[in-house]
Write a protein that binds this ligand. Sequence first.
Ligand SMILES: Cc1cc2nc3c(=O)[nH]c(=O)nc-3n(C[C@H](O)[C@H](O)[C@H](O)COP(=O)(O)OP(=O)(O)OC[C@H]3O[C@@H](n4cnc5c(N)ncnc54)[C@H](O)[C@@H]3O)c2cc1C
Length: 438
Amino acid sequence: MSGEHHVVIVGGGFAGVGCARRLAGHDDVHVTLIDRNNYHQFQPLLYQVATSQLASSDIAYSLRKLFNDDDNVDVKLADVVEVDPLARTVTTADGERFAGDAIVIAAGSQPNFFRTPGADQHAFPLYCLDDAQRLRSRVIGVFEEADRDPSLIEQGALNFVVIGGGPTGVEFAGALADLIHDTMAGEFRELAVEAAQVHIVDLGPTLLAPFSDRAHDYVAKVLGRKGVRLHLGVAVTEIGPGHVTLADGTTIKTRCVVWGGGIKAPALAGAAGLPQGRGGRIDVLPDLTVDGAPGVYAVGDVANIPSPDGATHPQLGSVALQSGVWAADNVLADFSGKHRKSFHYHDKGIMAMIGRGAAIAEVGAHRHELHGVIAFSAWLGVHAALMTGVRNRVDAFVSWGSDYFTKQRGPQVLDRSDAARIDWGEDSAHEPAGVVTP
Ligand SMILES: Cc1cc2nc3c(=O)[nH]c(=O)nc-3n(C[C@H](O)[C@H](O)[C@H](O)COP(=O)(O)OP(=O)(O)OC[C@H]3O[C@@H](n4cnc5c(N)ncnc54)[C@H](O)[C@@H]3O)c2cc1C
């Protein structure tokens, strides 16, 4: 070990990597970065892997490679199962224990199914690379199955139901509609691809709630043009092996339900015995430390980070990255006997893609609103800049260019045959059509 102070970081997402990068190069500090995956994943582009726009390798980057030149950063592949805040140790599933002068918990989130019956068994979450690959295989798999047996269309084979009208749901639904109409229609020449339907269901009255009313109208219009059906202001009451039922009595027959309905803190947040607030996230003080646990920080999605207006910062990549970097500065301040500073979030705006050539963005502190191709171009630039690795950026740009100009998708790979293996036996025989309205 090169340094006199040891920092243990749990999680190599935006927050953990931001923290480790800031500490890299400080010779008096040694960093151990632990993640259950050996890569850093770029979550905002998971939906593009699921809809065959990008390859998995475009949005994942080896953590060891990332810190190859940083002698004071060690990367460990392990699942952390316990954090002891008082002893300042973390323990992995293999029983290995790491002690630190500071512990930074950056373990992200997990899907929150809000106790919706059947959701954890039958819906596909979209939170990690494995989820995206599984979902991609399911999307391709139902087309292949329907091509072999077109009678399955009557059983909802080509109905896709997306739960949640936030960025995950909207971006996935828009990209899926493009995939269906522009790619699948040409490739499955004997299949009635025009029978395919994409539905978005959300409890709220609008899609992409944080945006303006004008943006809401624009999003609804673009999705409407793509044939996406909206079920707003209605709850999902049950997800079965072959259907989704809504509180207004609607039943949608489907073999592909995508869950973008919410997130909560991972189990580790509870296992640490630290104060938990909304969504089970760890409550932190303005300087990102945890009250009553000296030297323990929580950053990114796993933390409820107070904002100056009395609320908490949203679970966004930019908040995660900036809070990780800020925690590193406060850890260094601790080590050199200086005062920690309260986290200040530099809000550069929000944006979302709604499909090929269409996006919305609210840029800067004054929330200057952009729609359409300008927002689409801004989205491409921002996401390429945020990606890790030159090669990933170049590969992504080639795929985006190909998709935009030729409407051809690249990696339509059925690499998870287990995900695509669909049981058409149950839950399918009695209803006549894809959507039954009350
Ligand atoms: C589909 C999707 C789309 C999104 N789109 C956007 C967007 O457009 N713009 C935006 O700003 N934000 C977006 N977000 C949110 C953004 O991705 C998150 O806010 C951000 O990734 C949080 O970073 P993090 O480092 O806190 O957590 P994560 O990125 O989730 O990283 C957590 C890391 O911890 C590791 N880990 C977790 N538990 C353990 C454990 N017990 N042991 C070891 N390792 C562990 C995980 O493997 C992971 O690498 C999106 C999120 C999703 C899911």
